[in-house]
Design a protein around this ligand. Structure first.
Ligand SMILES: *Cc1c(COP(=O)(O)O)cnc(C)c1O
Length: 505
């Protein structure tokens, strides 16, 4: 190896080349978006085929920026699932707000490390401002604490650890939960049908054990049964366990259920338990005046999660956790080391994000949120949210009017599930082999529509039965996209049913 020169700047581009390729990057991004509505919703390739196209070793010589862009266009973009497609309805994937693309580049430009105030005074202030804006939008105290994290799972983690440290009858910071002199299991509670699996993940991360997540019976509308919860809290405590947190659904992941927050807040206050609202996919709806009734009591929640990369469409990744009493976050997360000290900022009223959440180094996520929110404006944001809910209601109308589909729930938000039940099997769903056959049909229908490239629809289980699931949270989706998708589902259902009947004959 030759001796490295210590008098060069090896990572930088020549500024003229940067400009030239940079403009080409913008052209490539525009071209990608121009084609979104007509692309297949998933590339037609196998994992092995994709892997084979990315098998080349890292070359010894550095490559020009233009070559890297060309390769992105040749290999990366075409082999990516266009989550921004207006007919992408999987998971709760946000559609990607275009202003956010520019924000990502601008955040990378200054490359702020949000760990501490001194590493980015503007970033710290922008973050606070976004937290204030969100809080005012949803009707939460705007002096609350908050940090941006990678997503809902980390938001839930941050809130639930804060809850644990706050509610535990002893200081769990130095000894954790390993103190041999202590007994009783720390327990948390969520709804049985629709409680989110990320809460199990949090139980894993806190090493509470998945059994520490107690599943509370839910009502026919998938909201938590508050009286049953109250009895469980009392019984569990009587047994010597330590209930510490109730996780309320604020938009459950399949049907958009919103738990009765006021009643939950009453129970939690009475039993000395933290109330966390998991609003990863639904919390923004609290900013819609027409839904205000559903969110009564929201301001009483001790903490809330909100994923900006879902409904708001901020590019991945971006979650936000809000905690009503900011100081409780600091009590849970404050940590320091000689090389991290930044007392001056704290003394001046600035604060260091690492004192309030789990991350140390962190991206300037708030910039993309700040730009996306401002690009929408309050009215634009409400219009976008309202439109998605209206599209779910439109789909609900189509399902209800078609003889081969069954309605499973009223739409609350933009998350909607329904079941393909061919008319000749109506009334027989429940006979084990018929239910099995209908479950299979639903899987086949979703798979066939996906394979056709028309729409990305998935399945889930609703009360144990396989259902079609559509998360309509793209700001690009139009009524026609719903109609085209529903027609495709009906057509594939017809085909799959015909094939199944032939087999039976
Ligand atoms: C998506 C989601 C989560 C998890 O969020 P990630 O961003 O995927 O980590 C948690 N709860 C609910 C209700 C969600 O929809």
């Amino acid at each position: 190896m030759t001796r490295p020169s210590i008098d060069v700047r090896p990572g930088d581009l020549d500024l003229d080349e940067f400009r030239r390729v940079g403009y080409q990057v913008i052209d490539a991004i525009a071209a990608y978006h121009a084609g979104l509505a007509t692309r297949r919703v998933i590339p037609d390739v196998t994992p092995a085929e994709v892997a084979a196209r990315f098998a080349d070793p890292l070359a010894a010589d550095g490559e020009a920026a233009a070559a890297l862009l060309a390769d992105w266009q040749a290999r990366v973009a075409p082999l990516s699932t266009p989550i921004g497609s207006p007919r992408h309805f999987a998971l709760v994937n946000g559609s990607g707000a275009m202003i956010g693309i520019l924000a990502e580049a601008l955040a990378a430009c200054i490359n702020t490390n949000g760990v501490a105030w001194k590493m980015g005074p503007a970033a710290a202030a922008v973050e606070r401002q976004c937290i204030r804006w969100f809080a005012r939008f949803i009707g939460y105290p705007d002096d609350c604490g908050g940090v941006f994290v990678s997503g809902g799972t980390m938001s839930n983690f941050t809130a639930i650890l804060t809850a644990l440290r706050h509610v535990a009858p002893y200081d769990s910071t130095p000894g954790g939960l390993q103190d041999a002199a202590r007994s009783g299991r720390f327990l948390l509670y969520m709804s049985d049908q629709e409680g989110h699996v990320s809460v199990m993940r949090v139980a894993d991360m806190l090493n509470l054990g998945r059994a520490a997540v107690r599943l509370v019976p839910s009502r026919p509308d998938f909201t938590i049964d508050v009286a049953a919860l109250d009895r469980m809290l009392v019984d569990d405590r009587a047994r010597g366990d330590l209930p510490f947190c109730v996780v309320a659904q604020i938009g459950s992941v399949n049907v958009g259920a919103i738990d009765p927050l006021d009643a939950l807040a009453d129970v939690c206050a009475r039993r000395g338990v933290w109330l966390h609202g998991d609003g990863a996919c639904g919390l923004l709806a609290a900013g819609l005046p027409e839904l205000a009734g559903r969110f009564r009591g929201l301001q009483r929640a001790d903490s809330l999660s909100l994923d900006a990369h879902k409904w708001l469409g901020v590019p991945y990744d971006c979650g936000l956790v809000l905690v009503r009493e900011r100081e409780r976050m600091r009590r849970a997360f404050s940590i320091t080391a000689p090389y991290l000290r930044s007392e001056a900022a704290v003394a001046d009223g600035g604060s260091d994000a690492l004192e309030y959440g789990p991350q140390m180094s962190q991206a300037f996520r708030a910039l993309k949120v700040w730009m996306v929110l401002r690009h929408f404006g309050l009215d634009g944001l409400r219009a976008m949210l309202g439109k998605n809910i209206a599209l779910a209601r439109h789909l609900h109308g189509l399902v209800g009017a078609h003889p081969d589909f069954e309605v499973l729930h009223e739409p609350v938000l933009y998350l909607y599930c329904f079941r393909y039940v061919p008319r000749d099997l109506r009334g027989r769903d429940g006979e084990p082999e018929v239910t099995q056959a209908i479950d299979d049909l639903n899987r086949q229908v979703a798979e066939a529509v996906l394979r056709s490239g028309v729409a990305f629809v998935t399945t889930t289980r609703i009360r144990g039965r396989v259902a079609l699931r559509m998360s309509i949270c793209s700001q690009r989706t139009l009524q026609d996209d719903i109609d085209v998708t529903f027609d495709a589902l009906a057509r594939e259902g017809e085909a799959a049913r015909g094939a199944a009947r032939q087999l039976a004959d």
